[in-house]
Design a protein around this ligand. Sequence first.
Ligand code: CA
Length: 224
Amino acid sequence: MRILIAEDDQVLADGLMRSLRGTGAAVDHVANGSEAEAALLANSEFDLLILDLGLPKMHGLEVLRRLRGRGQTLPVLILTAADGVDERVKGLDLGADDYMAKPFALNELEARVRALTRRGMGAASAVIRHGPLEYDQSGHVAHIDGKLIDLSARELGLLEVLLQRSGRLVSKEQLVERLCEWGEEVSHNAIEVYIHRLRKKIEQGPIRIATVRGLGYCLEKIQG
Ligand code: CA
């Protein structure tokens, strides 16, 4: 999962990044509205935008208005001042999906992020099933036949992307974009290494990650 945070309060942004990275998400951060606008124009792979409304250079509501004006549908969680009732209402009217009033508890924010990204992917439940494999998107744990699989944060992120697109080709480029943050150098070779490790841990019975030569990977559909 890839999340963009637009927040000019560096302490709050750092806390958000730490907390969300701990759940296996790739998190990018911008500190003003025009950078947020540029990031959203340049990258369509974000699964969620966490948008502070009181941003320098371009107000959060303007970022949101332009985003929806372009028809970009990614879920948006706005952050508002405790007394920002009018802004909150405007934000929701402009197409924000949820809001948090500052100050808020990080675990509540995490829960809302989970709910929004699930909705964004059209899944009502937090658990994705794939044959004997069960992946819990809220707890970030995977089980095969009820047995816990020990996966690193990177492997969990990779598994999540493959499961969300099960039966479809996922290119190495898409994996890099979904898993990696700006400034992070992750080569296609590194993706191969992560896939190799993930395979060793999850490939059993009918579960198989197929390599589509020169193109990418596909978590093969399980019949029945
Ligand atoms: Ca602010």
